[in-house]
Design a protein around this ligand. Structure first.
Ligand code: NAD
Length: 338
């Protein structure tokens, strides 16, 4: 049994804490909070030992009546690995502290690849993280691109990918960002940073991306155009997506024609927080025109990276050498479909 901590119990952190807790080979020893808000209270109610990441703020927790087990320094002594889920840019600073404390660290997509030195996707480069000390799980968009491009690459090789990403303006619980009534080229420059980010895990892939932000909170949506090395049949592509773990095909003409309906599906199957860990590909959108593959997919940004964090722990702590066995175990324990 390996011991993990979560630094930053927010959107990603609370989901990774739950995902680790339902595995039988790893355990959450504690989660950290800076602010004594309802999330801190719920962490305690769920049974996660709560540690303060800013010890000078201990008084605030006392005032709020939220019991804490200690400060983050106490947590370092209990763990094999810290899963850093703090806001983008803070993780890179925390890396220096983890190095001082001799604790391994997983970081999220808000950190720059170069600041951490190594990036991870379960399907693309699991084995490269074997025994590593500091690894970044790529962002929600990059994870979504890798989940469907890797099986296509394995099936028939890829010459070039072009992708246009329609990004959610904010997470559902976020009141600080937007837009609320605009379409924003983001970044306004082409290509966007997403292509180079995919190349940190799918080495040498020829990919060019562009992205816009839109006023929605539910999911990101991607439009992909893939030039392939050889041309499989449409059935081969559909069959490949059907067999790929963490990818689900949805049919627009059977009530799943939008991100709203796909999220409704996640609620209906009883997923906690209405999470959809799987990448949703619209079956009708899959087509081959003049030898080029086209498809559309949707990404639940708050949750798709969560199973990858679990696999990353297994690779870094040398718990399972075979990526497909880790993926299968994570999926089974989290109730992931497909
Ligand atoms: P969040 O704001 O929801 O949660 C961050 C948590 O860290 C909060 O609990 C906050 O109180 C805490 N925190 C803030 N400053 C801290 C500090 N200095 N030290 C310790 N804790 C601190 O953020 P999030 O959306 O969960 O994002 C976390 C990381 O995951 C970022 O790198 C982000 O880019 C990445 N990510 C986010 C999403 C998404 O859609 N939300 C998807 C994939 C990856």
């Amino acid at each position: 049994m390996k011991n993990a901590g979560i630094n930053g119990y927010g959107t990603i952190g609370k989901r990774v804490a739950d995902a680790v807790s339902c595995q039988d080979d790893m355990k959450i020893m504690g989660v950290t909070k800076r602010t004594p808000d309802f999330e801190a209270k719920m962490a305690v109610e769920k049974g996660f030992p709560l540690y303060i990441s800013a010890p000078e703020r201990e008084g605030l927790f006392e005032e709020a009546g939220i019991p804490v087990t200690g400060t983050i320094d106490d947590l370092y002594e209990k763990i094999d690995i810290m899963v850093d889920c703090t806001p983008g840019g803070i993780g890179a600073k925390n890396k220096e502290v983890y190095q001082e404390k001799g604790v391994k660290g997983i970081f999220q997509g808000g950190e720059k690849h170069d600041a951490i030195g190594q990036s991870f996707n379960s399907f693309s480069n699991y084995k490269d993280a074997w025994g590593s000390d500091y690894v970044r799980v790529v962002s929600c968009n990059t994870t979504g691109l890798c989940r469907t491009l890797q099986p296509i690459k394995d099936l028939c090789g890829i010459k070039k990918v072009r992708a246009v990403m329609v990004r959610r303006g904010a997470d559902p619980g976020d009141v600080k960002t937007g837009p609320i009534n605009a379409i924003v080229p983001n970044p306004p420059t082409v290509p966007s940073h997403h292509g180079p980010d995919v190349q940190t895990v799918m080495y040498g892939l020829n990919i060019v991306t562009m992205a816009i932000l839109v006023p929605t909170t539910l999911m990101h949506q991607h439009n992909l155009m893939v030039e392939m090395e050889s041309t499989p049949s449409l059935d081969d592509i559909i069959d490949t997506f059907e067999k790929t773990p963490r990818v689900l095909l949805f049919e627009a003409n059977k009530g799943a024609g939008s991100t709203a309906q796909i999220m409704e599906f996640a609620r209906d199957i009883g997923r906690s927080r209405s999470d959809l860990f799987e990448i949703a590909v619209w079956k009708e959108s899959i087509n081959i025109v003049d030898g080029e593959l086209y498809y559309m997919q949707a990404i639940h940004q708050e949750s798709d990276v969560v199973p990858e964090n679990v696999d990353c722990i297994r690779a870094m702590l040398e718990m399972e050498e075979d990526p497909s066995k880790s993926i299968e175990k994570t999926n089974k324990n989290m109730g992931i479909l497909g």
